[in-house]
Ligand binder design. Structure first.
Ligand code: SAM
Length: 284
């Protein structure tokens, strides 16, 4: 019988899929990180499937028991406290062992903080590298960041709120002042996206330490290191954004500056020069 990998909500209880609810209801056993936390979720959906704890400290021992249950014909659903199991969460050893033993492993699609943040970040989602948590100590964190410096795709990190200012400072020092996004409390009441250059975000969160759960996305090296386009191309992009997206010049300037990691004032001054020049030409 299969091992189902079942994502659960990352804050909003409506984000459990119909299929996930059915699989959790029909399973013989749910393996979960924290039984109290999963019980709350199951109570919300009126599901009474038995639970077994399977967390980072007992996953190896539990894997033996769970694989035996799967072999005996039971269906097991694996969940974590929130989001997709195995994504910065337990389950890797269990899933690999089940696959190695020739048992069917079926993953359901569902909530994941990194993917949710990436979709609305405004950074390139064509390719990305999920990194998760970096080491807590600055020296080790800087070393890990240095290994990511030439990655051309968007980088996705998880970070604790009290470490965010130091993380952003280290990222700016090692990767350069790239465009980045701090996504907080996704799917919850106080969901926010803060977009800007790493230095500005570091200063912002240093001044006002954040709360809640956090995903940090940082532009990949290719975009960040690419020389900004010439002034005429930049102005053409501002105009295209205004026309295509129906946004104001101020917003189009902000977005264009952010895309290339340029100071907004610089793009704004170019825009003013251009507007003045066209008025002067019309007046002739
Ligand atoms: N497996 C989960 C997933 O699929 O996203 C991640 C689990 S990891 C232990 C928890 C971290 O994910 C948090 O510290 C935070 O960085 C991020 N996270 C989880 N929920 C979040 C949310 N609602 N908003 C922002 N970040 C979140």
């Amino acid at each position: 019988m299969p091992l189902y990998i079942v994502p659960t909500p990352i804050g909003n209880l409506e984000d459990l899929t119909y299929r996930a609810a059915r699989v959790l209801r029909e399973a013989d056993l749910i393996a979960c990180e924290d039984t109290r936390r999963t019980r709350q979720l199951l109570q919300h959906y009126g599901i009474s499937t038995p639970l077994m704890s399977c967390h980072e400290h007992n996953e190896r021992a539990r894997t033996r028991e769970l694989v035996a249950r799967l072999r005996a014909g039971d269906t097991v659903a694996l969940v974590s406290d929130a989001g997709t199991p195995l994504i910065s969460d337990p389950g890797d050893h269990l899933a690999r062992t089940a696959i190695a033993e020739g048992l069917p492993v079926i993953a359901l699609p569902g909530a994941c903080a990194a993917i949710t943040a990436l979709s609305a970040s405004g950074l390139s989602a064509n390719g990305f590298r999920f990194v998760g948590f970096l080491p807590a100590k600055s020296k080790a964190r800087r070393a890990a960041l240095a290994e990511l410096a030439s990655e051309p795709v968007t980088l996705a990190f998880y970070e604790a709120p009290h470490r965010l200012p130091a993380f952003l400072q280290d990222a700016c020092a090692i990767l350069g002042d790239r465009p980045a996004v701090v996504a907080r409390e996704l799917t919850k009441l106080h969901e926010t996206y803060e977009r800007g250059a790493l230095s500005a975000l570091a200063a912002r969160f240093e001044a006002e330490p954040p709360r809640g759960e956090i995903v940090v996305l940082i532009a990949g090296q290719a975009l960040a290191a690419a020389p900004p386009p010439a002034e005429a191309a930049l102005m053409a992009e501002v105009e295209r954004r205004m026309a295509d997206d129906g946004i104001s010049a101020t917003e189009a300037i902000r977005q264009t500056a952010q895309r290339y990691g340029l100071p907004r004032r610089q793009v704004y001054q170019q825009w003013l020069r251009r507007t003045d020049a066209s008025i002067a030409t019309e007046g002739r």
